[in-house]
Design a protein around this ligand. Structure first.
Ligand code: GCU
Length: 346
C-alpha cells in the first residue's frame, strides 16, 4: 500500500515538476504568482497547520498578487530533493530538518550535536535568539536559500522493533536509521549501533522489510508515519533536539518589494507560533495513541549513559569547524540559565 502511495506521489511530483518549469518565476493562469511550499509531513501534522496558517495569511494580505500552495507528504519529492528544488527556485519554500542541512552548509552542524541543549527551555530560547540563528539562517545565501524561521520537532529518541533500548549496549549490532547527516552517523558510531542513513519516506518499508531494526525520531513518527505499527519499544534517551527550518529561495525573498517582504516576515512568525502551539498537544495525543492502540512500550533509561558516549562529538565537530565555537559558547550560557528538566519524558 505504502509503495503504491509512493508511486502515486512520484507521478504527481513529476506532473507538478512539468508544471513548475512552465509557471515558475512568473504568473499563474490568473496572473497571480504561484508560491509553492513543500514538506514531508502529513496534513494532520503541526508543520502542515503552521504552513496552512501562513498560506491563509498571505492569501488574505496579498491574495491579488500571490497564490500560496502547500504540498505535504513528500508530494514534491524527498526532503533533500525539495531543498534542491528550493535552491534552484523550482519551488519557493521547503521545510527541512536541520539534520540534512549540514551537507549544504557546515554552519548547520551546530544544531545536530547530540545533547547540545540541557532542556527544552534552553533549546527554545536559543532558537528564538536572532543573534544566534540569524547568521546561520543567512549563511546559506551562497547556496541559494535562507532560513526564515524554525519549527519545533521535539526530542529525538530511539525506537526499535524487538529490542528494548535501556543502555547504549543494547544498540550493539542493531541497524538504526538516521537522517542523512555525517554528524548523525558519527553519533551512532559512538553509541555502538550501526547507522543506516536514509530519507524519511523510506523508513516505514525498511522497518517492515527488516532492512533496519529501528530508527530515532520524536513521538509523532510512531503514529503519523505508522512506525509504531512495527516498532514496539520507544526509549527516552533524549539524544537530540533537532529543529526543522523553513527555507526560502534566496532570489525570491531578495526580490520582494519592501512592503511585501514585511508581510512575508510576519507570516514566518505565524508559521512558528501556530506550529509550536499545535506541537505540545500533537505529541501528547501521539503518545497516547502509540501506547494504547499501537501497544508501543515507552521506556525511560538514564540518558546520562548515552550522553557520556556522545559528548566527545562536540569537541570533534568544534575542532573541524572552529567557526562554530562562539555559537556553541552562547548556547552553553543558555544551558546555564535554563537547567535540565527533572522528568525527561514530560
Ligand atoms: C522529523 C522532522 C522531519 C524529518 C524527520 C526525519 O519528523 O520533523 O523534518 O524529515 O524527522 O527523521 O527524517
Amino acid at each position: 500500500m505504502k509503495k503504491y502511495l509512493r508511486s502515486i506521489a512520484l507521478c504527481l511530483a513529476m506532473v507538478l515538476m512539468l508544471g513548475l518549469t512552465t509557471s515558475c518565476g512568473g504568473g499563474g493562469t490568473d496572473g497571480r504568482t504561484i508560491i509553492r511550499i513543500g514538506h514531508n509531513q502529513s496534513e494532520n501534522h503541526p508543520t502542515h497547520k503552521g504552513l496552512t496558517a501562513f498560506q491563509e495569511f498571505i492569501n488574505e494580505k496579498l491574495g491579488d498578487r500571490y497564490d500560496v500552495q502547500v504540498y505535504p507528504s513528500e508530494l514534491l519529492g524527498s526532503q533533500t530533493d525539495m531543498v534542491q528544488l528550493t535552491q534552484t527556485g523550482a519551488i519557493d519554500f521547503v521545510v527541512a530538518s536541520n539534520a540534512i542541512l549540514e551537507t549544504f552548509n557546515k554552519t548547520y552542524e551546530i544544531f545536530n550535536l547530540p545533547y547540545l541543549f540541557v532542556s527544552t527551555e534552553a533549546y527554545h530560547h536559543v532558537m528564538d535568539d536572532p543573534d544566534i540563528v540569524g547568521p546561520i539562517f543567512s549563511a546559506t545565501k551562497e547556496s541559494g536559500f535562507y532560513g526564515c524561521t524554525w519549527i519545533d520537532a521535539g526530542t529525538r529518541n530511539f525506537y526499535t522493533k524487538d529490542t528494548p533500548i535501556n543502555s547504549p549496549d543494547d544498540l550493539k549490532g542493531l541497524k538504526i536509521r538516521v537522517q542523512q547527516s555525517p554528524t548523525n552517523v558519527m553519533m551512532m558510531d559512538l553509541l555502538g549501533g550501526s547507522a543506516s542513513p536514509m530519507g524519511f519516506g523510506e523508513v516505514y518499508t525498511s522497518l517492515q522489510a527488516g532492512i533496519i531494526d529501528g530508527a530515532e525520531n520524536n513521538e509523532m513518527a510512531l503514529v503519523d508515519n505508522g512506525h509504531g505499527e512495527v516498532c514496539k519499544f520507544y526509549s527516552y534517551d533524549m539524544h537530540q533536539m533537532v529543529p526543522d527550518i523553513l527555507l526560502v529561495n534566496a532570489e525570491f525573498l531578495d526580490n520582494l518589494p519592501a512592503d511585501e517582504r514585511a508581510i512575508f516576515e510576519e507570516g514566518f512568525k505565524i508559521v512558528n507560533q501556530v506550529e509550536r502551539e499545535a506541537w505540545v498537544d500533537a505529541v501528547a495525543e501521539a503518545k497516547d495513541y502509540a501506547e494504547n492502540v499501537q501497544k508501543v512500550e515507552f521506556l525511560y533509561p538514564d540518558p546520562a549513559a548515552f550522553q557520556e558516549k556522545c559528548l566527545p562529538l562536540h569537541q570533534t565537530v568544534l575542532d573541524n569547524n572552529p567557526a562554530l565555537q562562539p555559537v556553541y559558547d552562547a548556547i552553553m550560557e543558555y544551558n546555564k540559565e535554563y537547567p535540565p528538566q527533572t522528568d525527561a519524558a514530560e
